[in-house]
Write a protein that binds this ligand. Structure first.
Ligand code: NI
Length: 212
């Protein structure tokens, strides 16, 4: 992480600009239909495989969400303001999506595995919306998923304990697990829902699976 630090400390605004640029390049090849990439070779700069722990203590991987859109946010349960706001807005985005919310799994990933146990995270997110999946993991698992999503997170000592500075972006991932779009904090749930609806409309559900 040390080699990334100067870049990351340059600020979230810079980060947003770079990520937005990456998003743009992903969206650019509109001429040719994108090849369905194999899981191993997907040329995706944001996201990727992860292995984490769910509220029941069981292992959860990215593959468990395949076939559904994912709305991913990174944070921690002791967060005083940014995370509660983001989760509240995630709930409102789901409400605004209506029926389309059934194709979206909202996911909250802790960047504070030291304090955030699996059941703590799940209880925390359920307070905002019971559809949100709360995930945590080992330090190594969290570092890996944060790195894959280009998420900055830094423990900061404060009086009586510590807080965690972290990226406050929300990621939309497609049914194939690849990155689609990111939402900045200032974008409203209505704006997000509109964009997500468009993404869903562009990818009609294929062969409904039995037994979900
Ligand atoms: Ni937070």
């Amino acid at each position: 992480m040390d080699d990334l630090r100067p870049f990351l400390l340059a600020g979230i605004a810079v980060c947003v600009a770079i990520l937005a640029g990456l998003g743009l390049t992903l969206l650019l090849p509109a001429g040719a239909p994108p090849q369905a990439p194999t899981a191993a070779s997907a040329p995706v700069p944001i996201g990727g495989p992860f292995t984490l722990v769910g509220g029941d203590g069981l292992t959860v991987t990215d593959a468990d969400f395949r076939g559904r859109f994912m709305l991913v946010f990174f944070g921690f349960t002791h967060c005083p303001d940014v995370c509660p706001t983001a989760l509240e807005e995630m709930g409102r985005t789901l409400e605004t999506l209506g029926e389309d919310s059934k194709r979206v799994t909202p996911v909250f990933i802790s960047v504070d595995p030291e304090r955030d146990t699996p059941d703590m995270v799940q209880d925390y997110v359920a307070f905002f919306d019971t559809r949100i999946v709360g995930l945590t993991g080992s330090d190594a698992q969290i570092d890996a998923v944060a790195k894959a999503y280009k998420v900055y997170h830094e423990k900061v000592e404060i009086e009586g304990g510590y807080t965690v500075d972290h990226t406050a972006l929300t990621y939309l991932m497609g049914p194939d697990g690849t990155f689609r779009q990111l939402f900045r904090p200032q974008e409203t749930p209505e704006e997000r829902a509109k964009a997500i609806k468009a993404a869903i409309a562009a990818e009609p559900e294929t062969t409904p699976q039995e037994g979900s």
